[in-house]
Ligand binder design. Structure first.
Ligand code: NAP
Ligand code: HSE
Length: 438
């Protein structure tokens, strides 16, 4: 065991940073044994030193100037848990340039600027670790990069946003309302600083971009992903889903076929008896189908202080062990050497074949259903079920249709026509169905 400690600069002491501090304190000697040397936080950069933190932390550790961390030659590992993309990007490049290893939980940073960050890290021969960026406490990235390395990945999909899963679970099981449940998710430390990233699907899209990058060894331009959030999913839709034997989950889905990759995030109807349907609250689960191993699933807490900090500390330990061994960059961030990483060929969502749940908000009057059915028929869309639970002539009521498998391009064209009917009072809601999900 080395007596000299490995020094860390922690940038951010919020939900995640606070958890990292607690674990490093609580497991100081256990981690030292596991690493072969103690790790020590030498400086903590925060936005405001004066803020009350409810933790006994020596005042001398705090700074409002990240430069103090960057300029300190003793600090070998910079842990970025402040969030955002602008300042975080500046910090990441400055840390790499200063020869420091980087641990980050920042999926937005990596989804937007991963290519440049990884290239800079490869040139500087420093590690960039980001396990906490996807799946909270689930070691999904390490599993994908190392445990599944022998496989071609045929598909991966799952629940990767704890906030949305918490909201959908509370709405479905307790009839809770959207806004107050989102507020609770924020109080529990699950949501992003700007929670629209969660509910509009962008946080899941950032994570999907990272997963796809590692699974298929590609860079994923974010704008190529199809992204839809959960704002329009209502208690009525959750109730209807149950009636049809489904649950609604926000899924991130990637499938590879013939050199093209489907990559999409959207609310999805999945069989009520599937394993994913049983993933509740803040939990995440990701199913991976590899050509040798077959299909498996990883499950655990997807957000919050302890679980996320557990993943960050796992990365700190990896870097610290590398420092002791005198190596770096032994496992490249995307699982293959970055100069071999090509740009992803992402298939347009229009090419998707799926069955669909369609909710029309229409004035209840004779002939409405036949008009909708006629338009669907003209677009080669076959109906499997129809449901209307209220009969209020002249009032706006929901009409639900489940379709057989159809081409998304046809569905979109049909909906655009239906929405132009005079009886339609709201944009039609479409939810894709994944009948075969585990
Ligand atoms: P948070 O609770 O809002 O904490 C942010 C921390 O960063 C605060 O301590 C803040 O300082 C500090 N900070 C902000 N701007 C700074 C700057 N310019 N210089 C120095 N310090 C600065 O955020 P969080 O929930 O811990 O999330 C942090 C990161 O982890 C984000 O990238 C997020 O996406 C990611 N993440 C979060 C979770 C989760 O469950 N929360 C899970 C996985 C990944 P003050 O304390 O002085 O305001
Ligand atoms: N806001 C994110 C979520 C945090 O709810 O999943 C974990 O990445």
């Amino acid at each position: 065991m080395k007596s000299e400690s490995i020094k860390i600069g922690l940038v951010g002491l919020g939900t995640v940073g606070g958890g990292v501090y607690e674990i490093l304190e609580k497991h100081r000697s256990l981690l030292a044994q596991r690493i072969g040397a103690p790790v020590e936080i030498k400086k903590i950069a925060v936005r405001s030193k004066g803020k009350k933190r409810g933790k006994k932390i020596p005042a001398a550790l705090f700074t409002e100037d990240v430069g103090e961390i960057l300029r300190d030659p003793e600090i070998r590992i910079v842990v970025e848990v402040m969030g955002g993309t602008k300042e975080a990007k500046t910090l990441a490049f400055a840390a790499i340039k200063a020869g420091k290893h980087l641990v980050t939980a920042n999926k937005a940073l990596l989804a937007l600027h991963g290519k440049e960050v990884f290239t800079a890290a490869m040139k500087a021969k420093v590690d960039v670790c980001f396990e906490a960026a996807v799946g909270g406490g689930i070691p999904i990235l390490r599993a994908l990069r190392e445990g599944f390395v022998a496989n071609e990945i045929r598909s991966l999909y799952g629940i990767v946003n704890g906030t949305c899963n918490f909201i959908l679970t509370e709405m479905s099981q307790k009839g809770a309302d959207f806004q107050s449940t989102l507020k609770r998710a924020q109080e529990l430390g699950y949501a992003e600083a700007d929670p629209t990233f969660d509910i509009d699907g962008w946080d899941a899209a950032h994570k999907l971009a990272i997963l796809v990058s590692i699974a298929y060894g590609v860079h994923v331009p974010l704008q190529k992903l199809f992204v839809e959030g959960i704002r329009r999913v209502s208690a009525f839709d959750l109730e209807c889903a149950k009636r049809f034997g489904f649950e609604i989950k926000l899924l991130a889905i990637a499938k590879s076929q013939g050199g093209k990759i489907q990559a999409r995030v959207h609310p999805t109807m999945i069989p009520a008896g599937s394993m994913l349907a049983a993933v509740r609250g803040v939990h995440n689960a990701i199913s991976i189908d590899g050509d040798s191993v077959g299909e498996g699933m990883l499950y655990g807490a997807g957000a919050g202080s302890g679980p996320t900090a557990s993943a960050v500390v796992g990365d700190i330990v990896e870097v610290a062990r590398n420092l002791i061994a005198g190596v770096a960059y032994t496992v490249p961030p995307l699982g293959l050497y970055t100069d071999k990483v090509r740009d992803a060929a992402i298939e347009s969502v229009g090419a998707l074949r799926s069955s669909y749940y369609l909710r029309f908000q229409a004035t209840d009057r004779p002939g409405v259903l036949s008009k909708i059915a006629a338009i669907l028929g003209r677009h080669r869309i076959s109906i499997s079920s129809v449901y209307q639970n209220v009969r209020e002539e002249g009032r706006v009521v929901p009409i639900v249709i489940l379709t057989h498998e159809a081409l998304e391009k046809d569905i979109q064209a049909a909906i655009a026509k239906v929405d132009r009917l005079e009886v339609m009072k709201e944009k039609t809601l479409l939810i894709r169905v994944e009948e075969n999900c585990r």
